[in-house]
Write a protein that binds this ligand. Structure first.
Ligand code: AMP
Ligand code: ZN
Length: 140
């Protein structure tokens, strides 16, 4: 499905130029126009779907397979020593473009980035949160 208002749909159709690095029947990958690090790439399903959970099982499985193959090669191509895979799901999580996409961010020893801030919690709170999540995951 193509959404004329979506910048990624318009990149996929070729209407908006991009630095495309990979295409197949289900996905495209192109360079992020505002890279966090050199080689920052977006892997994007061709179908306009807003959120990760809406992907079909088949496309989600294929997505994992492409990430597994593509991310290490991107890192190698730009002489990075690692990479982060990030998906911002929903506006509160930082999603700006409402077309699901993975960020592949090459990492370098000297890039000075710390991927996640951390907090301190208590064992009781951890147990309570684990209970909430475990209950929710029971009927998968
Ligand atoms: P997100 O915040 O997860 O929705 O990420 C959207 C990403 O798309 C941002 O990192 C932007 O820099 C990137 N972006 C926006 N417009 C373009 C474009 N025309 N070409 C390449 N990347 C883009
Ligand atoms: Zn789209």
């Amino acid at each position: 499905m193509h959404n004329e208002k979506c910048i990624f749909c318009r990149i996929i159709s070729g209407e908006i130029p991009s630095d495309m690095v990979y295409v197949d029947d289900l996905f495209v990958a192109f360079l992020d126009i505002h890279p966090t690090t050199k080689g920052h790439t977006l892997l994007v399903p061709r179908t306009h779907i807003g959120s990760f959970a809406e992907l079909s099982g088949d496309v989600a499985a294929a997505l994992g397979d492409r990430l597994r193959k593509i991310a290490p090669r991107i890192a190698q191509a730009v002489s990075a020593s690692g990479f982060n895979l990030i998906l911002n799901n929903s506006a509160d999580a930082g999603q700006v473009v409402p077309h699901v996409h993975w960020h592949i961010i090459p990492r370098y020893r000297t890039d000075g980035l710390r991927p996640w801030p951390s907090t301190t919690t208590s064992p009781d709170e951890l147990r309570e949160v684990a209970g909430l999540i475990t209950t929710k995951l029971k009927d998968i």
